[in-house]
Design a protein around this ligand. Structure first.
Ligand code: ADP
Ligand code: MG
Length: 248
């Protein structure tokens, strides 16, 4: 489904490359966790997939199409199939929860409609369904600031479901949440993976969460893949490579 080949990114002015030749293949239906300390290149990797970050070289192929060569409308279509959630909620504070969820449909709407927030009854129905799937039924009229951190992340997940994504990218989706809420959100993502057949690619820095929820773990250090395997294989030697003792 996703084939990443020799992907490199070196930010101007930085001493080391953020991605130093990444080769990775992800199959449909995987639940993959990218594990690494801060600065390992996790965000750069995940954002290169939908081109929020422009890689310097290498390719990202998505279902046989080179995403790295796409422009304009074609890029927009691919981005529609790859939803993304972030560490900090990026909800629109003045709009209610239901509208925030419907924003997930922007990628399928003509530009004029999205500029006017001209959603249809079908969008509303789908958004209500998405809220139900994340356990927020009946909360559509609330404003984001009336919700807890975990609930806001649920809204962001509902918004991503609105995109009917084939791939869900999560850039540290639980890093700002307390441990109990983090587990609840990971449980929800895991449940959606099973019930919706969603392919998940999640950046995490927490080893325990990675072990518990990742079916396949990619260890990243210094912009390189230093581990690729199931959680059972994540032994001390692997952790030494992912978290080198001389780092920082
Ligand atoms: P992670 O998500 O694992 O913490 P990042 O991908 O954010 O890692 O960062 C990898 C490296 O690239 C770090 O050294 C970081 O400082 C650098 N970096 C990330 N984003 C930028 C940017 N926009 N400009 C310059 N350097 C960046
Ligand atoms: Mg990051």
């Amino acid at each position: 489904m996703l084939r990443i080949t020799a992907l490199k990114k070196h930010y101007a002015g930085e001493p080391q490359p953020a991605l130093d030749g990444i080769d990775l293949q992800v199959e449909s239906g995987e639940m993959l966790v990218i594990l690494g300390r801060s600065g390992a290149g996790k965000s750069t990797l995940i954002r290169s997939l939908n081109r929020l970050v422009e890689p310097d070289s290498g390719t990202v192929e998505w279902k046989g199409t080179a995403v790295t060569g796409l422009r304009g409308e074609q890029l927009r279509l691919v981005r529609g199939r790859m939803a993304m959630i972030f560490q900090n909620d990026d909800l629109l504070p003045k709009l209610d929860v239901l509208t925030n969820v419907m924003v997930g449909a922007f990628t399928e709407m003509p530009r004029w409609r999205s500029l006017l927030f001209a959603f249809t009854a079908e969008h509303r129905k789908r958004a209500e369904e998405a809220l139900r799937k994340v356990g927020l039924q009946g909360k559509g009229r609330k404003r984001p600031d009336e919700l807890s951190g975990g609930q806001k992340q649920r809204v962001a997940i509902a918004r991503s479901l609105m995109q009917k994504p084939e791939l869900l990218l999560g850039d540290e989706p639980v890093a700002s949440l307390d441990p109990v809420t983090s587990v609840q959100i990971m449980e929800l993502l895991s449940h959606l993976h099973r019930t919706e057949g969603l392919t998940l690619l999640l950046n995490l820095h927490d080893v325990e969460l990675a072990r518990r929820y990742g079916k396949r773990i990619i260890g990243l250090a210094g912009g390189r893949i230093v581990f690729d395997g199931p959680p059972e294989s994540l032994d001390d030697a692997a952790l030494q490579r992912i978290y080198p003792p001389d780092a920082e």
